[in-house]
Ligand binder design. Structure first.
Ligand code: IFM
Length: 443
């Protein structure tokens, strides 16, 4: 599909793609990697839709060089990846695993050799099982261990990566992992989930401090899942529900990160389920950061009572998520207005589609439209004055989509799992042309 030249003109902006360790690496029991909570969770019957796991995933661990060449072939300017904590520190504390760190050394060096900026995330959901056995994110100690792990990664890779994000989507870790139980570690307790949000944020702040203490001068930040929250109807009850959900999903985290407090209305709503916060912990949470990453897929529609969505025509992706690009513009404008945010990166944005190999091609026109519309949505916000610096498509490769296993495909690149063959989808060809054309406009 040809690149649409009617898109707005070039800006100094990074175009990239993102992945995470457990979703692509495989090699789950190799070279000293310790088990993570996702290894354990995948073994629970019924936990994963297709009863799969990340044991092999995209076999990226063994295909590093060819995957790096694939990235270069696409013309990516930046690549966002995560480090597997249990690969570099198998028990989550104490001994370091040199071959594990060596893998990330090779990844970072390989990116730099290909002129691709490495954007590192420390925690994309794969907690070492040994730490879960000691209480996981429900235990304050895990936040302290996370700071040690951050320092160790910072010392080893901090001279070569473009930035370090502490967590990926802490709100999702708390809610899906500890309240609804559909993600690892599969717990279902709201009080615990709220304590987990606090410990994740505390871990973030302590990690930022630890990285600074070891001399890291890089931009440091955090990646949040963010959505514009809309009431399903104009009814007062739905409007109030939307305010509450915005409080739980957006203000909870950003008020803590930016102002060192949790929102009063949400604390009141939580009552006895509010987390316990010791001493000056919220001062650590608001340790100064240099960027915020936002992952955007859809809006949240809030209603006070469970209701069937009306007959309005809704375009959805294969996840059943409504396609709402204008929600991204709205979100960016709103966060710009309500918070004095540091520079923003769209660290994930993409669509799951029912991709099929058709004579060696994958015609994913829906994904091309999705990406094009969301880029345009970001650019509307930039034109209105929001400081956005980059856009990372989720994902570079089809991969292990958590509780959905391999049944959902988000990649620009199709992965034929039985052979591990990679095939550029039409969206990859489009993105390659798009990046090249933006680069030419800047030259
Ligand atoms: O695959 C996930 C990713 O790990 C985190 N953000 C959302 C993506 C799609 O569900």
């Amino acid at each position: 599909m040809p690149y649409d030249a009617s898109l707005p003109p070039a800006r100094p902006f990074l175009w990239g793609a993102a992945t995470s360790a457990y979703q692509i690496e495989g090699a789950a029991a190799e070279d000293g990697r310790g088990p993570s909570i996702w290894d354990t969770f995948c073994r629970i019957p019924g936990a994963i839709a297709d009863a799969s796991s990340g044991d092999i995933a995209c076999d990226h661990y063994h295909r590093l060089d060819s995957d790096l060449d694939l990235m270069r072939g696409l013309g990516l300017q930046a690549y966002r990846f995560s480090v597997s904590w249990s690969r570099v520190q198998p028990a989550g504390a104490g001994a370091v695993n040199p071959p594990g760190l060596g893998f990330y050394d090779r990844l970072v060096d390989g990116l730099l050799e290909r002129a691709i900026a490495p954007y590192l995330t420390l925690y994309h959901w794969d907690l070492p099982q040994a730490l879960q056995d000691r209480g996981g994110w429900g235990a304050r100690d895990t936040a302290l261990r996370f700071a040690d792990y951050a320092a160790l990664v910072g010392r080893r890779l901090g001279d070569r990566v473009a930035s370090i994000a502490t967590h990926n989507e802490p709100g999702v870790v708390a809610e899906l992992g500890h309240q609804t139980g559909v993600h690892a570690p599969g717990l279902r307790e709201r009080r615990l989930a709220m304590q987990v949000t606090h410990h994740l944020l505390l871990g973030h702040g302590l990690a930022v401090q630890a990285l600074r203490a070891v001399g890291t001068r890089l931009p440091l930040g955090i990646v949040l899942s963010a959505a514009a929250v809309h009431p399903a109807t104009g009814d007062a009850a739905d409007v109030a529900q939307a305010r509450l959900e915005d409080g739980l999903r957006v203000r909870w985290t950003l008020d803590a990160l930016m102002h060192g407090r949790y929102p009063a209305d949400v604390l009141e709503h939580l009552g006895a389920d509010a987390p316990s916060v010791r001493g000056d912990e919220l001062d650590s949470v608001r340790a100064p950061i240099d960027f915020i990453g936002l992952n955007y897929y859809t809006r949240t529609l809030a209603s006070a009572k469970p209701r069937r969505l009306g007959p309005a025509p809704r375009v959805v992706t294969d996840m059943g998520w409504e396609v709402v690009p204008q929600g991204l513009t709205e979100l960016l404008l709103r966060l710009h207005r309500d918070y004095r945010l540091p520079p923003i990166y769209i660290t994930e944005c993409g669509a799951a589609c029912r991709d099929r190999l058709d004579d060696g091609r994958v015609h994913d026109a829906q994904r091309v439209d999705f990406i094009r519309q969301h880029i345009a949505a970001v650019e509307r916000a930039v034109d209105a004055g929001v400081d956005v610096r980059g856009f990372f498509v989720w994902s570079l490769l089809d991969n292990f989509e958590w509780a959905h296993g391999y049944s959902k495909r988000f990649g620009l690149v199709y992965v034929d799992y039985p052979t591990q063959r990679r095939v550029l989808k039409d969206s990859a060809l489009w993105y390659r042309e798009f990046i090249a054309s933006r680069q030419q406009q800047r030259a």
